[in-house]
Design a binder for this molecule. Structure first.
Ligand code: GAF
Length: 381
């Protein structure tokens, strides 16, 4: 991929670019908890976006995407929401400008192998890659957490998804063979070695579904959680987010909340508790216990949070039939994308054939399957 972006960059722009590689992410557990100031357990992976990028001495930014052979340009004097993939770049530039950084015109070529809309956060990879590249080229001296915040706000203001910080954090802080426990309130984080890399593989099964609902419903879920907090403040003064409540406290106030809001709040508080338990089991090398929590997470995402879909439910159910799978669940925002499965290394091939044939029987299409490894976060090559 690096040779490809370099070559196209030379053809289009002539000079010598720097190369940045910016990974997608998985999340072991802790879904839809980040914007509730809760806990997540993500990692950066070996699928990535690659940038070839150089300053061009003008006020214009030109970007060429190899995945659809499209070139888009925008002026630094007029950075406002547009349509399509360029929004992610413009969002980053806009957020840098808002913070008083003087962005200069650049040319870039982008490619990558993160499947789009598969829940592996290609968007955070596009954002993280650009912010690291501009920081390098223009010497802004940003720390990685500030870069993550810039990516997150870019997403809020340009594509308009009110996401949490998990994806941008994972993209910028990833470390080979380590998952990261992030406290999305304090932004403190801790690395946990993923000791199982030899015996188990992280296998992502792509439902090949991408609902257009995904971003609008995402914002609705966030609003429902905030509504729940507003109501529950009457009983728990001083709470700021669902992070401050236990699932038992939510259950005790069921009759105070609209039914859907109750379900959303219950899911989030349960999921936060699951992340804590998962970390304790990881430390004791109890992967089967982590797996059980993953299945419970899927159940909650499907029944209480209602961000799954029949295809993802089917994939999670298929995994349950297999003894070589420690655990599985849908991953990311939902309404399509992938399930994450922890599968015994020596049985990965059998698992893949089983999933592909059963899924094809049911939905008439073959799911793509990716056996991923945990890798470093965004870096200059
Ligand atoms: C998407 C968002 F971008 C993340 O912030 C997170 O909320 C995730 O959905 C769900 O856990 O990837």
């Amino acid at each position: 991929m690096i040779a490809q972006v370099k070559e196209r960059f030379h053809e289009l722009f002539g000079n010598e670019p720097v190369i940045v590689s910016s990974p997608g992410r998985i999340n072991l557990i802790g879904e839809h908890t980040d914007y509730n100031e809760g806990f997540v357990l993500p990692a950066a992976i070996d699928k990535k976006i690659i940038y070839a990028i150089a300053l061009n001495g003008t006020d214009t930014c030109n970007a060429y995407a190899l995945f659809n052979n499209e070139q888009r340009s925008f002026s630094l004097k007029d950075v406002k929401p547009s349509d399509g993939w360029i929004n992610y770049l413009m969002g980053v530039v806009y957020q840098l400008q808002q913070r008083g950084f003087e962005v200069k015109g650049f040319d870039c070529v982008i490619t990558g192998d993160i499947p789009i809309g598969a829940g592996m956060s290609s968007s955070a990879a596009v954002e993280g890659g650009l912010v690291v590249a501009l920081d390098h080229l223009l010497g802004f001296g940003l720390c990685r957490m500030d870069m993550a915040k810039i990516g997150q706000l870019a997403e809020h203001t340009f594509p308009g998804v009110k996401c949490g910080i998990m994806d941008q954090f994972a993209n910028l802080h990833g470390k080979k063979d380590q998952v990261m426990l992030l406290d999305c309130r304090s932004l403190e984080y801790q690395y946990f070695p993923f000791e199982f890399s030899r015996d188990y593989k992280i296998v992502l099964c792509n439902s090949m579904v991408h609902h257009s609902l995904a971003s609008s419903e995402y914002n609705v879920r966030r609003a429902q959680c905030e509504e729940g907090v507003e109501v529950l403040k009457a009983y728990f003064p001083g709470i700021k987010s669902l992070r401050d409540l236990t699932a038992a406290q939510v259950e005790q106030h069921r009759d105070k909340l609209p039914a859907k809001v109750y379900d959303r709040c219950l899911y989030v508080t349960q999921e936060n508790e699951r992340v804590g338990k998962a970390c304790a089991h990881l430390q004791k090398n109890e992967l089967d216990e982590v797996g059980k929590l993953m299945y419970a997470s899927h159940e909650g995402l499907s029944k209480l949070y209602e961000v799954s879909c029949p295809e993802l439910d089917f994939l999670a159910d298929l995994a349950k039939e297999r003894t070589e799978v420690a655990g599985a669940r849908m991953m990311g925002g939902g309404f399509g994308g992938c399930t994450i499965n922890l599968v015994k290394t020596d049985q990965v091939d059998g698992f893949i054939s089983f999933i592909q044939s059963r899924y094809k029987e049911k939905f008439g299409k073959i799911p793509e399957v990716y056996v991923t490894a945990i890798e470093d976060g965004t870096k200059m090559n």
